[in-house]
Ligand binder design. Structure first.
Ligand SMILES: Cc1cc2nc3c(=O)[nH]c(=O)nc-3n(C[C@H](O)[C@H](O)[C@H](O)COP(=O)(O)O)c2cc1C
Length: 353
């Protein structure tokens, strides 16, 4: 059966595919893509190769700026533009000390979409993105904030459930979607966290989402520069292995990060216990103890992703890691997700076929 890898369409499924295309039309129009699937930015992972592969496959790749400075970011954008003519975005972390310069780099390079993550975007950055002619995508963890972000200029929102990999909020996508999708219609909303199959994406589109963002599945893509050991750990892992980081004492907050449990996560608990003891004995001030805990994971994501240290590194992964069964090209992942959504529509409404 002839199969178009970008559309995922196959003979007999045309009307079902058309139904899917209507469901995510707003997301596709916003992103300028053929499928409304975003590759969520992942520090160290989402660079030129994966980003261009996702965009070339009809989805929307997003560069993770992470801690890059303006010059490195400019080079990464240029290198990505050399690999794809199609739209992609750049994800900037709001607490980056050079946020304004990074926004300027994006605007000068004619990046069409800037994602501001990691906190409420400051007004200056919002204005700079919009005045520069780019579209602004923001994350919202709750309905009140969603409305505020729309009022302050966000052109689209991502709602990311606690099933996701990396830094997470406390609420699952199932609940966030019910809380936010029926009440925010002014801008397209993309759902993220725990998505690994097309049927699940379809269900959120039917609830009013305009598209989906996936991270974990793309981290294990063939084009991802992640170390082979990192990808194989994803292939082996079950959903239950992707756990949030544990905070030992409420006086010393730990930012929740979901990742695969390993020797590093066990050592982190011991490290917190030792630091707590040093604080209680008067050896460390409260601030010094907090810093000591925060520094534990410094450089650890790079160690896992790039060096392949899957035991001591930070193996950020979502619960959807249980749905990663092989290392596949990004185009195959996108075609598979699309085919699953189309097949679900066709199975439910056979007269569409
Ligand atoms: C290894 C890894 C690194 C990530 N790094 C970032 C990041 O730097 N910035 C960001 O906004 N989100 C980051 N995320 C979250 C993803 O962009 C995406 O929203 C999330 O992975 C979606 O959930 P899923 O993993 O269940 O697909 C990261 C996720 C993973 C798995």
């Amino acid at each position: 059966m002839p199969r178009d890898i970008v559309t995922g369409a196959s003979a007999g499924l045309g009307p079902a595919r058309a139904r899917l295309d209507r469901l995510w039309a707003r997301g596709c129009a916003f992103l300028g893509t053929r499928v409304a699937i975003m590759g969520g930015a992942m520090s160290w992972v989402s660079e030129r190769h994966l980003v261009s592969a996702i965009s070339n496959a009809g989805g929307f790749g997003v560069i993770a700026c992470g801690s890059m400075g303006p010059d490195l970011l400019a080079a990464e954008i240029a290198a990505t533009q050399a690999l794809t003519q199609l739209p992609f975005g750049v994800n900037l972390i709001t607490m980056h000390p050079q946020l304004d310069d990074l926004v300027r780099v994006c605007i000068e390079a004619h990046v069409g979409h800037v994602v501001l993550a990691g906190g409420i975007p400051p007004g200056t950055a919002v204005r700079a993105v919009k005045d520069g002619g780019a579209k602004l995508i923001a994350f919202t963890p709750a309905l009140v904030l969603a409305k505020r972000l729309v009022r302050s200029g966000a052109d689209a929102l991502v709602i990311e459930g606690s099933e996701a990999g990396g830094h997470i909020g406390p609420v699952s996508l199932t609940v966030l979607a019910q809380e936010i999708l029926p009440h925010v219609k002014d801008v397209p909303i993309f759902v993220a966290g725990g998505l690994g199959r097309g049927e699940a994406i379809l269900s959120y589109l039917e609830m009013g989402a305009s598209g989906a963002q996936l991270g974990t599945r793309f981290a294990a893509a063939a084009e991802s520069i992640a170390h082979a050991s990192f990808k194989q750990a994803f292939v082996r892992a079950n959903a239950r292995d992707a756990l949030p980081s544990i905070q030992l004492d409420e006086r010393f907050p730990v930012i929740p990060v979901r990742g695969l449990a390993n020797a590093g996560t066990k050592r982190f608990l011991e490290h917190q216990a030792q630091t707590l003891a040093r604080f209680q004995s008067g050896e460390l001030t409260k601030d010094a103890a907090q810093l000591d805990i925060e520094h534990f994971w410094a450089g650890a994501l790079r160690r896992a992703v790039i060096d392949g240290d899957i035991e001591q590194g930070s193996m950020m992964a979502g619960q959807s890691v249980g749905l990663v069964t092989s290392v596949q090209p990004a185009a195959d992942i996108i075609a598979e997700l699309t085919d699953q959504a189309v097949a679900a529509i066709a199975a439910r409404e056979p007269w569409l076929g």
